[in-house]
Design a protein around this ligand. Structure first.
Ligand SMILES: [Ca+2]
Ligand SMILES: [Ca+2]
Length: 457
C-alpha cells in the first residue's frame, strides 16, 4: 500500500547480477548489447515499466562485470570481460554510451579474494582497482579526469570570491595563482591551501586565477582569470563542452584533463554527419579573439564553418582563425568528419602569444632537485634528494639506464613518488648504472633531469 495515497497493488522489486550500482539507480545488462537504467525508487511505483529506460543499445556485445554508476548518474565505471573490452577498466558516459573509454588494462586471474571491481573515487577523478598479478591483492589507481575548477570567480576591490563547482566531494581547499600576462605564466601565490571560498589580494599581479585541490593532492585546471581590467584569455576543455557524435570523449593521459575529443563514427549515418563541439560564449567579454586548439591527427577542423587543415603526429597548439564575440548568445562550433582527428582544449585570447605547454596558463616547470645522493647496500640503491622549491610541485619521477645519455620516458621510468627518496632493489649488481630525477608540477610540467652515476667499486 502507498501510505500517502492509500492505493493498493503489486509493486516491483528489482535485482540484477553484474550491474553497475549508484546512489540513484543502476545500469544493468539486458542481453548482450542492451543496457537499461533502473532508478533506485523503482519500488515506489505500481507502473515500473514507465521508469525503466534504455541506457545503451550497442551494435556489438559489450560484456562487462560489476561496476559503479557515479553519484550524478553521468558515468559508469566497469570492467570488460570479453571481446574488444576484455581485461579493460571502462568509463562510459551516460550522455553518449558510444564513447566507451578504455582507462586501464588489468592483468589478473579470477579469485574471490581479489575481484576486479572498478571503483571510482567520489568525484570520479580517480579509478581504483585490484589486481593479483604479483601477489593476492595489489591496489592500482589511475587518474580519470581533473577535479572541477571553482566557478563564478569574481574580483571586487581587494577580494576574490568563488563558489564550489558541481562535483566537490573530494575538494580539500583552493590555491591562488597570479600573473602579469593574461592566459600564461601563472605562478602559485599561497603556501598552504585556502580553506574558504574567498581570499584577499595585495594587487601585486594583474591577473589572478584559483584552483581546487583534492585531499589526494590532485589539482584542477585554473578557473576563469580575473583582473581589474577584465579577462582577456579563456580556456575550455573540449570534453566538457556540448558534444554531438561522432565527436566523442576519449581517454588520453597526454591530454589536458586526461581526456580529449576524438572523431569516431560508429555507424554509416554518423559518418555522414559532422561531429560537433559547441562552446557557449555566455561568460566571454565581447571583442575579437584568436582561436587556438590543442590538436592531433590528420583532417580538418572547421570553426564556425571555416576550415583549417590539421596534420599533427603529436599534440600541438594550432591557431584556428579568429572569432568576434558580439553577444552572450553566440556559440563557437568546431566540427569535423575526419576519423581519429582529436581536439583536447580550446583557447580564446585577445593577447598576442603562441600557446606552447600542455596547459599554457602554467608552462613554468619546477626548478630541478638538488643534493642527489645514492647509497648502495648489497643490491639496493637508496636515492635521496632535496625537495624542489616550487610551490606547485606534485611528484618526482625517477628513471634508470645504463649510460649517462639514456632517455627519460615510459621505458626507463622506475617510479613516481610524492616523497624525496626511492630505494631501488636490483636483480644483480649492474656494470653501468645511472639514475635521473625529474620534478613534476601540478600541470605535469617537468624540470630538467638531474643525473647521478652509481658505482659499487
Ligand atoms: Ca582535454
Ligand atoms: Ca608551474
Amino acid at each position: 500500500m502507498n501510505l500517502e495515497t492509500g492505493e493498493k497493488g503489486l509493486v516491483p522489486g528489482f535485482s540484477a547480477g553484474h550491474a553497475s550500482w549508484g546512489q540513484n539507480g543502476m545500469v544493468a545488462n539486458f542481453g548482450g548489447h542492451l543496457n537499461i537504467f533502473v532508478p533506485a525508487d523503482i519500488g515506489m511505483t505500481f507502473t515500473p515499466g514507465d521508469k525503466i529506460s534504455v541506457w545503451a543499445n550497442w551494435k556489438n556485445d559489450i560484456v562487462t562485470d560489476y561496476g559503479t554508476l557515479s553519484a550524478d548518474n553521468k558515468f559508469v565505471f566497469t570492467n570488460g570481460t570479453s571481446g574488444d573490452v576484455d581485461h579493460q577498466h571502462l568509463m562510459i558516459s551516460s550522455d553518449d554510451p558510444g564513447s566507451v573509454m578504455r582507462v586501464a588494462r588489468y592483468f589478473t586471474k579470477f579469485s574471490w579474494t581479489s575481484t576486479t571491481y572498478s571503483r571510482p573515487s567520489p568525484d570520479y577523478t580517480k579509478l581504483i582497482y585490484n589486481e593479483n598479478n604479483i601477489g593476492s591483492t595489489e591496489l592500482q589507481m589511475v587518474y580519470t579526469r581533473r577535479p572541477d575548477a571553482p566557478v563564478n570567480v569574481k574580483l571586487s576591490g581587494k577580494q576574490i570570491t568563488w563558489e564550489l563547482p558541481e562535483r566537490h566531494m573530494e575538494i580539500a581547499g583552493f590555491n591562488l595563482y597570479g600573473s602579469n600576462k593574461s592566459g600564461r605564466d601563472f605562478v602559485r601565490i599561497n603556501e598552504k591551501p585556502i580553506l574558504e571560498t574567498r581570499v584577499n589580494i595585495d594587487g601585486q599581479w594583474k591577473y589572478y586565477e584559483v584552483t581546487s585541490i583534492e585531499h589526494s593532492g590532485l589539482e584542477s585546471n585554473f578557473s576563469t582569470e580575473v583582473s581589474p581590467e577584465g579577462a582577456r584569455s579563456y580556456y575550455f576543455e573540449a570534453e566538457e563542452m556540448e558534444l554531438t557524435p561522432p565527436a566523442r570523449r576519449f581517454f588520453d593521459g597526454y591530454s589536458s584533463g586526461f581526456q580529449t575529443i576524438r572523431i569516431n563514427a560508429e555507424s554509416a549515418d554518423e559518418k555522414a554527419t559532422p561531429g560537433k563541439i559547441r562552446i557557449a560564449m555566455n561568460e566571454i567579454s565581447s571583442g575579437d579573439y584568436a582561436v587556438w586548439g590543442r590538436v592531433k591527427g590528420n583532417g580538418n577542423w572547421s570553426v564556425n564553418n571555416k576550415s583549417f587543415p590539421i596534420n599533427q603526429k603529436d599534440w600541438n597548439w594550432i591557431q584556428l582563425g579568429r572569432f568576434n564575440v558580439a553577444n552572450k548568445n553566440d556559440f563557437l562550433d568546431l566540427t569535423s568528419t575526419d576519423d581519429n582527428l582529436k581536439l583536447d582544449m580550446v583557447l580564446l585570447t585577445s593577447e598576442i602569444f603562441v600557446p606552447e605547454a600542455l596547459y599554457p596558463a602554467d608552462g613554468n616547470p619546477p626548478v630541478k632537485v638538488k643534493n642527489v645522493k645514492a647509497v648502495t647496500s648489497g643490491r639496493q640503491v637508496k636515492l635521496t634528494w632535496t625537495a624542489s622549491q616550487a610551490l606547485d610541485i606534485h611528484h618526482y619521477s625517477v628513471y634508470s639506464g645504463k649510460t649517462a645519455d639514456f632517455k627519460c620516458d615510459n621505458e626507463t621510468v622506475i617510479r613516481s613518488v610524492l616523497k624525496t627518496s626511492v630505494t631501488d632493489v636490483l636483480p644483480e649488481i649492474p656494470k653501468g648504472l645511472f639514475y635521473k630525477i625529474i620534478a613534476v608540477d601540478n600541470r605535469w610540467n617537468e624540470s630538467e633531469p638531474v643525473t647521478i652515476q652509481v658505482n659499487w667499486y
